[in-house]
Write a protein of this length. Structure first.
Length: 189
C-alpha cells in the first residue's frame, strides 16, 4: 500500500517504504493527490478539479492539464491507485493509498483521540500553495483549520478524560498539548 503523509511535512512512500519523491515533484501533483485523498471514500468531479487547480486556463487546456497530471500519477503510483468513474469523476482507492489525514479524521470520529494525535504532525500540506488558484488556497486553509481544530479538541478531550479517570500526569500532558494547539488569542479593538 502506498502511504501519503500530508500532516506536517509532505511525504509519499511505496509499499516497501521507499520514498516516491518524484511523484510530488510539483505543487499541482501534490495538490491533486492531497485533494483526492481527502475526498476518499468519494471522488471529485473533473470540472471541479479543473476549476480549482487551473482557474485561469481555458476549459480545453485545463482538461489537458488534468489528463496529463492523472496520467503521470497513474504511471508513478501504479494502476488502481487513481480511480475514475466514467469520464466525470476521479478519486483514489483507499485500499491502495493510505493517507494520514484520512486516518486522523477516522480516529477523531471514533473518539480515538490518542491515535489521532499520534497522526497529527502539523498543518495539512504545510508550505503548499498554488499561486493564481485562490479557491484551492481557500479550500486548503479551511482544511488546515478544520484538522488543526480537531487536533486541539482531541487533546482537550483527552485531558478531560484522563482527569476524570484520576490520571493527573496524563491530564497535564494532554492539557499542555491542547494549549500548544489552541489558536492564539487576539485582542479586541
Amino acid at each position: 500500500m502506498i502511504r501519503l503523509w500530508v500532516l506536517g511535512s509532505i511525504r509519499l512512500c511505496d509499499d516497501g517504504g521507499a520514498p516516491l519523491e518524484r511523484v510530488l515533484a510539483g505543487d499541482h501533483r501534490t495538490a491533486l493527490l492531497g485533494y483526492l485523498a481527502l475526498a476518499w471514500p468519494g471522488s471529485r468531479r473533473r470540472e471541479s478539479i479543473m476549476a480549482l487547480l487551473w482557474p485561469d486556463q481555458e476549459v480545453a487546456q485545463a482538461r489537458h492539464s488534468l489528463r496529463q497530471l492523472l496520467h503521470v500519477l497513474r504511471v508513478e503510483l501504479g494502476e488502481g491507485v487513481i480511480t475514475a468513474t466514467g469520464d466525470e469523476f476521479v478519486g483514489v482507492d483507499g485500499g491502495a493509498l493510505w493517507c494520514d489525514a484520512v486516518a486522523f479524521r477516522r480516529a477523531v470520529h471514533a473518539a480515538e483521540y490518542e491515535r489521532a494525535l499520534e497522526l497529527y504532525d502539523g498543518p495539512f500540506c504545510a508550505g503548499l500553495s498554488l499561486p493564481g488558484a485562490a479557491e484551492f488556497d481557500r479550500w486548503l486553509e479551511r482544511t488546515r483549520r478544520e484538522l488543526h481544530e480537531a487536533a486541539a479538541d482531541s487533546a482537550r478531550l483527552l485531558a478531560l478524560r484522563c482527569d476524570a479517570k484520576g490520571r493527573p500526569a496524563d491530564a497535564l500532558h494532554w492539557g499542555r498539548r491542547a494549549l500548544l494547539l489552541a489558536p492564539p488569542l487576539t485582542a479586541k479593538p
